[in-house]
Design a protein around this ligand. Structure first.
Ligand code: ADP
Ligand code: MG
Length: 332
């Protein structure tokens, strides 16, 4: 049923609390889609790199084949953040006068530790993967890290586009000033030429203008990237989000919250997957648990009457082998 709900979506996010089964279900879904003949890229943003453990292979930060039609990449958040900040630093240095460079670098070093920077870097990386692989994959399945910030992550393209727009606006102003200064310079040069003394002042403005144009190109390319990514995230025919939870009070309440945040950001929720449902026919203890869980599933359905709810059984063993993933895929 889940496979039908995400059938033609090119980008599918799996999110939810830590330990509920995101990595397992993202993998089982990716494997099931690959078995249907789709080309699938599984992307993990979890620093714990559970994907490699689960598939019993080293994946790492470059695309690695796992099975026919199935490849995976584990985004390394620390390396991605460092690379992102290096790019930002380079751009900022080009924009700022030299005496402020040390200040800019100090500020960026501090911001490297902030969770927002981390998310922005990972988001930019996902945006680049989604953007750069059109035609290569039918599905990009993203196993998100168990942070409570997933929905903020989804709102980031909007924020980052606004930030870039702000910088571009300032550049435009600065360029107008520079043009005015050039015009003044041209007048004074002409005056000087008329006076017969050819000064060298005019030639220095050309490299500055070229640098400004290059900066503008960088910022505009970023803005376009985020714009396209936002369009992707908010198009329910292209992208959807699967919320994974267990049938317990806190996961249900957090799911309701996450659902509201995603919906208000314009991201479609394909389904809520209630994982690890206890069996009713394996003794009194598990039957009692199953009954308790029924109450929480009812709560979920009452609070989110329009969201498809899919329930998956608790497996007897850990879902850590390919065979177990494929078995779980049978329930999707
Ligand atoms: N349906 C299931 N039945 C039994 N064990 C499961 C099931 N789904 C997940 N698990 C196990 O639960 C643990 C947490 O799953 P994982 O996918 O790593 O969660 P998350 O990525 O949300 O942190 C793993 O040990 C996994 O094998
Ligand atoms: Mg995980």
């Amino acid at each position: 049923m889940l496979l039908e709900l995400i059938d033609r979506r090119r980008v599918v996010f799996f999110g939810g609390k830590g330990g509920v089964g995101k990595t397992t279900l993202a993998s089982a879904t990716a494997a099931a889609l690959a078995r249907r003949g789709r080309r699938v890229l599984l992307v993990s943003t979890d620093p714990a790199h559970n994907l490699g453990h689960l598939w019993n292979t080293r994946i790492g930060d470059s695309v690695t084949d796992l099975a026919t039609g199935l490849a995976a990449v584990e985004i390394d958040p620390a390396a991605t953040t460092a690379a992102h900040l290096a790019r930002v630093e380079e751009t900022m240095h080009e924009m700022m006068p030299r005496h402020l460079h040390a200040e800019v670098s100090r500020h960026l070093k501090l911001s490297a530790a902030s969770p927002g920077t981390h998310e922005a870097a990972i988001l930019e990386r996902i945006a680049r993967i989604v953007d750069g692989s059109v035609g290569d994959y039918d599905h990009i399945i993203v196993d998100t890290a168990p942070s409570g910030h997933t929905s903020r992550l989804m709102a980031l393209p909007e924020m980052m586009a606004a930030w870039t727009d702000g910088l571009l606006g300032r550049r435009a102003q600065a360029e107008k000033l520079a043009e005015a200064a050039d015009a003044l310079g041209a007048v004074s040069r002409r005056d000087r030429d008329l006076l017969g003394s050819r000064g060298a002042t005019g030639s220095s403005t050309d490299p500055v203008r070229r640098r400004n144009e290059r900066l503008r190109e960088i910022l505009e390319a970023r803005r376009r990237l985020f714009g396209r990514f936002r369009d992707t995230l908010t198009n329910p025919n292209i992208c959807s989000f699967v919320i994974v939870l267990t049938a317990e009070r806190m996961p249900v309440l957090e799911t309701v919250e996450l659902h509201a945040e995603l919906t208000s950001t314009g991201v479609a929720v394909a389904a809520c997957v209630v994982n690890r449902r206890s069996p009713r026919d394996q003794g009194d203890f598990l039957a009692a648990r199953a009954e308790l869980e029924d109450g929480f599933v009812r709560l979920l359905r009452t609070r989110l009457p329009d969201a498809p709810v899919i329930e998956l059984p608790l497996l007897p063993g850990e879902a850590t082998s390919r065979a177990a993933l494929l078995a779980l895929g049978e329930h999707l």
